[in-house]
Write a protein that binds this ligand. Sequence first.
Ligand code: ADP
Ligand code: ADP
Length: 223
Amino acid sequence: RPVLALDAITKTYNKGRPNEVRVLMDAALTLAPGQVVALVAPSGAGKSTLLHIAGLLDTPDSGTVLLDGQDMSRESDTARTVARRQKIGFVYQFHHLLPEFTALENVALPQLANGVTRAAANERAVDLLDRVGLGKRHDHRPAALSGGEQQRVAFCRALANAPALLLADEPTGNLDPATSDQVFDVLLGLVRDTGLSALIATHNLALAERMDRVLHMDGGRVT
Ligand code: ADP
Ligand code: ADP
């Protein structure tokens, strides 16, 4: 059964007002377990909107969002929040790490929020940071890390609660091209090792072609 299945999704901003924007018309996509899919579209096509709907951060006007077979469109806000915390990891263009905490603490914190003990959370954080080559950076705060290192910590944090689904919006878009390729390799390696499904929005076609499938967006649909 698919990890994520979006069907007949529509979304309009500012409905009925002069500045109305119809972003998604009849968008659909399916993500099989372990599948890594690229979402490539020009700016303004609706990638972030689609990712926010898939990530249960926003609701569509109509259509269904199945997460692990569960119809999230029918669930309460509380149930959606719980499902989001347990099943979905997010990565954005900017790292959004907490500046006052170390790399290790940033990866441990979401686990503590999910009821994991401090010892177990730290152990998993150490393991994840080691796997992305940050074994010597556990005690660094974000400001003391390079852009590529900050993004690698953000990947670890996204995977901290062992989600079934990773949603990434231009995950290396803030980095220079060489660093971007290198850090993207790290992300793909981590995703493949963990066997999770990922939907990754990117402008970079070369990176997109290294994934299992490339989806485009056109006229509010996924093609
Ligand atoms: P992308 O991520 O592909 O750049 P977005 O999903 O961010 O596309 O935006 C798609 C369109 O919807 C754009 O025209 C954008 O201006 C508009 N839009 C996005 N969010 C909002 C919002 N909260 N209110 C009004 N319009 C929005
Ligand atoms: P941008 O693509 O402009 O950098 P951000 O990465 O700041 O956008 O965030 C995209 C959207 O996701 C914003 O609307 C933000 O409020 C929301 N967001 C980011 N992180 C979280 C989170 N952990 N929980 C809920 N919403 C989030």
